[in-house]
Design a protein around this ligand. Structure first.
Ligand code: GLC
Ligand code: CA
Length: 625
């Protein structure tokens, strides 16, 4: 199955389609005067386009540059470390804090500014650390608190900030609060959780993400009641209605901020407030989490309280895992609301899945026109207020090159570099997933027994229970499963990629023989060295951070082209998303224009009529002003 970016049929360029695209930029603008100026520009641009029939949209003039409010977290490049898979220091096959400590200089060598560390708290690991049994202790496989302190200091000594996961929609069923709560309704911890008393009959149907029966209520005999778990049964949801619970969470957050961490990535944060009347849901809502499960009536009240009582006292940087529409997400990050700083959306990473199926990619691949529309929409959402993020991979996603590029031997490197160019030239703060800088690709397990992830295993069980096609499921998971993004990091060509001297908790991708840090550090042309160059380029000019984004040649189904412009600096980025030669017309003379970076030895072919011809997966950044 080839799930790569396919060529969408090019619709004849209609007046309406041009107008629609322009609206993204136009109608979000609150200033009507600007709107009128832009309307004139639009009419001229549209006229030109219709006359030339060339199909490229003229970049709009830089008339609405918002005032810049500089912040370190806007200018930073975040590097995400999944500790379980980064480096194992003691041969037990599990990555750990001492492992990270031994690789601090590697992280520094990347040129990144900050690290997001996935959960390292005590956990029985039903969901790899997202089921926390003690928020103020370190998972025993990962080390002890002293290791954490050494690691934090090590990052800080190197000028790298650290944010940690805050997982407070749920804890672990092995947390002392839940252990006490489940004994008796009289327990002082009973109301730390959501219960449905059995005397009220069966609880209203709620689906669970990680439950073999997809049932979010689990019966507890001792209390004769059901507890709510939107994720696994081992992840009971915490009751944020209870002010005592909220104070416990704030105390715990202060504990980590007092240690000197720089902020939090807020896991599943939109779920903390739910509609506790539990209105009936139609079956078609299964999985439509954001709309029907999350965003309850007190969500923003709680976040504001958290901000007042904790975050703003420490100037902590925060990023929300925020599902939903632009409006839903904006509520977290609109600065006037004093809630959180950054948010990441799911619309981008959800492109290309078949409807009504669990993470099954469309065999035809995904369409670049859709991809451009989605990323342009979110860029425009944050163009004047709030702040977004940009990412193509993380621990909940497969490897970026397999999902969004092309992991065949011919194109793995060049398409990895192209995607890196995209992430590091777009607006919003980049969250770059460890291993993508090497061009690590999906392992594509054939056997269910190779998998570890609770999400995949429960979905497999469901397919099986329904008599579904498990082979088709396994084939689909080769592209989309989370374990593809969790295989151990590839340090060198020795056994297990140098990750462990023991048996790794998840198999290492056999391509570690050539795809590894040691080999790539030596190769000036490697994906790793390209990543470092691209980091330097982003950091060399604030236009990449604060510059206005303008999509050009919007209707081009093969090439993603845009400019980033701030004051007197303007860059043009052109990215070929396909395995064939493609061209774009940018509408101005390219002779003598400086190429800042390019993923081929010989740069793209440009001409004085604005035509740029790109080789397969070619990426280039030009300085045009
Ligand atoms: C978030 C995490 C994911 C986890 C889930 C439940 O989506 O990123 O890894 O499984 O929350 O905590
Ligand atoms: Ca270990």
């Amino acid at each position: 199955m080839d799930k790569r970016c396919f060529t969408e049929p090019v619709k004849p360029l209609s007046y309406r389609s041009i107008i629609n695209f322009k609206q993204l930029h136009l109608f979000d603008d609150p200033d009507m005067k600007l709107f009128n100026i832009k309307l004139k520009e639009l009419i001229i641009a549209t006229g030109l386009m219709l006359l030339s029939g060339s199909g490229f949209a003229q970049p709009m003039k830089n008339t609405n540059q918002p005032e810049i409010n500089r912040k370190w977290w806007k200018e930073a490049i975040f590097y995400q470390i999944y500790p379980r898979s980064f480096m194992d220091s003691n041969g037990d096959g599990i990555g750990d804090l001492k492992g990270i400590i031994s690789k601090l200089d590697y992280v520094k060598s990347l040129g990144v500014d900050a690290v997001w560390l996935n959960p390292v708290y005590a956990s029985p690991n039903y969901d790899n650390g997202y089921d926390i049994s003690d928020y103020q202790n370190i998972m025993k496989e990962f080390g002890v608190m002293q290791d954490f302190d050494v690691m934090l200091k090590g990052f800080h000594d190197r000028g790298i900030k650290v944010i940690m996961d805050l997982v407070v929609n749920h804890c672990s069923s092995e947390h002392k609060w839940f252990k006490a709560a489940r004994i008796s309704r009289k327990s002082r911890y009973y109301n730390y959780f959501h219960w449905w008393p059995a005397e009220n009959g069966a609880p209203p149907k709620r689906w669970s993400a990680f439950d073999p029966d997809a049932n979010a209520w689990k019966y507890n005999k001792a209390t004769n009641s059901y507890y709510l778990h939107y994720f696994a049964a081992q992840q009971p949801d915490l009751n944020w209605e209870n002010p005592k619970l909220r104070q416990e969470i704030y105390k715990m957050m202060r504990f980590w901020l007092d240690k000197g961490i720089d902020g939090f990535r807020m896991d599943a944060i939109a779920y903390i407030s739910k509609d506790l009347t539990f209105p009936p849901l139609h079956a078609k809502y299964h999985g439509d989490w954001a709309m029907y499960y999350a965003g309850g009536p007190h969500l923003h009240e709680y976040i504001k309280e958290m901000n007042r009582q904790v975050l703003n006292k420490y100037n902590a940087a925060t990023v929300a895992e925020a599902m939903g529409t632009v409006n839903d997400v904006m509520k977290f990050v609109d600065p006037v609301r004093s809630e959180l700083n950054m948010a990441y959306h799911f619309e981008g990473v959800n492109i290309g899945y078949l409807p009504n199926e669990y993470k099954m990619v469309n065999p035809k691949g995904y369409g670049l026109l859709k991809f451009k529309r989605v990323y342009s929409k979110w860029d425009s959402a944050f163009a004047t207020k709030g702040w977004g993020t940009i990412y193509l991979g993380n621990h909940d996603q497969p490897r970026m090159v397999t999902r969004w590029g092309n992991d065949s031997p011919e194109f793995r490197e060049v398409s990895s570099k192209m995607l890196t160019t995209f992430i590091l030239s777009m607006g919003g703060t980049p969250y770059y997933y460890f291993g993508d800088e090497l061009g690590m690709s999906n392992i594509k397990f054939d056997k269910i027994s190779d998998y570890n992830d609770i999400e995949l295993l429960t979905n497999y069980a469901q397919v099986k229970a329904k008599g579904g096609d498990t082979n088709r499921f396994i084939e689909g998971m080769k592209i989309s499963s989370r374990d593809n993004g969790r295989t151990p990091f590839q340090w060198n060509a020795s056994a297990n990629g140098g990750f462990t001297t023991g048996k790794p908790w998840l198999k290492v991708n056999p391509n570690y023989i050539s795809v590894n840090v040691e080999a790539e550090e030596k190769d000036t042309n490697s994906v790793l060295n390209y990543f470092k160059e691209m980091v330097k380029l982003r950091k060399s000019n604030l236009a990449f951070v604060y510059g206005k984004y303008t999509l050009i040649d919007a209707g081009n189904p093969d090439v993603y082209a845009y400019t980033r412009e701030l004051n007197n600096d303007k860059y043009l980025i052109v990215l070929n998303f396909h395995a064939k030669t493609a061209a774009t017309n940018v509408g101005f003379d390219m002779t003598g224009i400086k190429t800042m970076i390019n993923n081929y030895a010989d740069g793209p072919v440009t001409d004085n009529a604005g035509q740029i011809t790109l080789k397969p997966y070619e990426a280039a950044v030009f300085k045009i002003k």
